[in-house]
Design a protein around this ligand. Sequence first.
Ligand SMILES: Cc1cc2nc3c(=O)[nH]c(=O)nc-3n(C[C@H](O)[C@H](O)[C@H](O)COP(=O)(O)OP(=O)(O)OC[C@H]3O[C@@H](n4cnc5c(N)ncnc54)[C@H](O)[C@@H]3O)c2cc1C
Length: 221
Amino acid sequence: MINRKRKELYPVTVIENNLIKEDVHYLKLDKKFSFKPGQVLAIALKQNDEPRLYSIASGIDKDYLGILFDVNPDGQLTPTMSQLKSGDQLYISEPFGKFLCEGTPAMWIATGTGIAPFVSLAESNKANNITLIHGARTIDAFYLQDTFIKILGENYNRFCTSEQQEGIYHGRLTTYLQQQKQLPTDYKYYLCGNSQMIIDVREILIEKGVPFDHIIAEIYF
Ligand SMILES: Cc1cc2nc3c(=O)[nH]c(=O)nc-3n(C[C@H](O)[C@H](O)[C@H](O)COP(=O)(O)OP(=O)(O)OC[C@H]3O[C@@H](n4cnc5c(N)ncnc54)[C@H](O)[C@@H]3O)c2cc1C
């Protein structure tokens, strides 16, 4: 029998719920726990609900826990979570997880809300020797990009598939990676986002000679 030990959940108060774009929110929760950048929380509306996992998307010195999430219209948690207001309550686990991205030099690669752990890392001063590759379909989907423009400057590379703007590559990040004659094989590659992006990027990196154990992924499912 599989022993899936259920994580204990604790009440936490919502400080703010900010709409970033349609169906994408940035939630600030009371900082109930300290954590390591890259870790996740299990979140539920009620103490006995089956929780969903969310990366913490804020720096360790902020006085709140930030969560970046998109709304799944048929989901059990996010349609209601998107309606929460200041003073409302949620349930969270203690932070856990091993996607700590401690190896450098490194390339961080993210799509969609998969940018969340990298926000936490960057805001926690863990972005030295980092290049970030960030993919999105539309320009307004580079969530929290101001943080990376400020902290990473030229090492922040955005790839947009359906819109064009100066300073942003037009096309898929996988095409860009594929087109590179060489990719550094001594770098660590930290990938976060949906499973298809991770499968595609992993395949390209391995083709380019990056050792398997230099590719570390957090898959959102
Ligand atoms: C480690 C990790 C970190 C993550 N971090 C983030 C993050 O920072 N931000 C983020 O946005 N997402 C993140 N995710 C993804 C997020 O946890 C999931 O997308 C989560 O399922 C969303 O919850 P929900 O209530 O919206 O949808 P859910 O209720 O989980 O539903 C998801 C889908 O499954 C379907 N479904 C639900 N119940 C059933 C059922 N009984 N039978 C058939 N189909 C069903 C729904 O129709 C829906 O399409 C993370 C995932 C992991 C694993």
